[in-house]
Design a protein around this ligand. Sequence first.
Ligand SMILES: Nc1ncnc2c1ncn2[C@@H]1O[C@H](COP(=O)(O)OP(=O)(O)O)[C@@H](O)[C@H]1O
Ligand SMILES: [Mg+2]
Length: 294
Amino acid sequence: MTNIGLRPDSVLRETAPRRKGLATRRKVGNIGKMARVICIANQKGGVGKTTTAINLSASLAVSEKRTLLIDCDPQANATSGVGIDQSTVDRTLYHGMLGQVGAASLIMDSPIASLKVIPANVELIGFEVEMMSSPDRDRSLKNLIADLDGSFEYIILDCPPSLSLLTVNALTAADSLLIPLQCEFYALEGLGQLLRTVERIRRSLNPELKIAGILLTMFDKRTNLSYQVAEEAEKYFKDLVFKTLVPRNIRLSEAPSFGKPILLYDATSTGARSYIELAQEITQTEGDACNEVT
Ligand SMILES: Nc1ncnc2c1ncn2[C@@H]1O[C@H](COP(=O)(O)OP(=O)(O)O)[C@@H](O)[C@H]1O
Ligand SMILES: [Mg+2]
């Protein structure tokens, strides 16, 4: 298995235990509710970030949590995956992050009533270049979502496959980071770099950033490799690894082409069940965390 060059003690030092790790949330509205902002990142492509962003958001939404999915990737797969045609949206996250429009005016409906979306399209590539010399460039997303106080219980950020300025913005705006790990060769490779970025962001932009957890995706119980990746992840990350495993499931890969979360495409599939379970695991953690702060 890959040596990822991690120094587990130092990397995880700031990481609260699973049951406490998500206690930091911003206070929103005047009802004392906290919105939880979860960033889904891994600089590797194809590990299940977007699939997780869409289906975790949908699962939270059907469990009666007001949820906002923000597509932070110029490839805009999360946008199209919830049935929004990116070529027809004229105002996207790009305009919000440049400060041209407020977040509320960017919010669009999805096929699930309680799930809203801030879409992206390819224009978002320009953000990096245009904000290059702006001193506030790392905080554009944080500033944008500050407008949304009280409107949502969960905000899920789908990141591009890089550690670019867009990902830095997402990590700066988030309370916690969920890292999908594909059960494949070299799964853990590059994680050291991601976690060093987390440490850097904690030191400068977002001291409260937690690790929400490591999510094993595309788990195939017929292969030894999947078990090896799971074992390796547990060795490094211990109880930060979510109990929920997302299986390799063809229905999950079919759903985006119908512009639907898996719950609307095939609610009985193993993929759908796994994301419902993940949402439960996450909301239960919140329940515990709430007890602590009250
Ligand atoms: N659990 C899964 N089972 C089968 N296919 C999956 C699963 N998760 C993701 N995929 C497919 O793998 C590809 C990459 O997933 P995606 O979520 O787009 O990754 P990322 O956003 O990290 O690039 C997509 O074609 C997606 O449909
Ligand atoms: Mg993606």
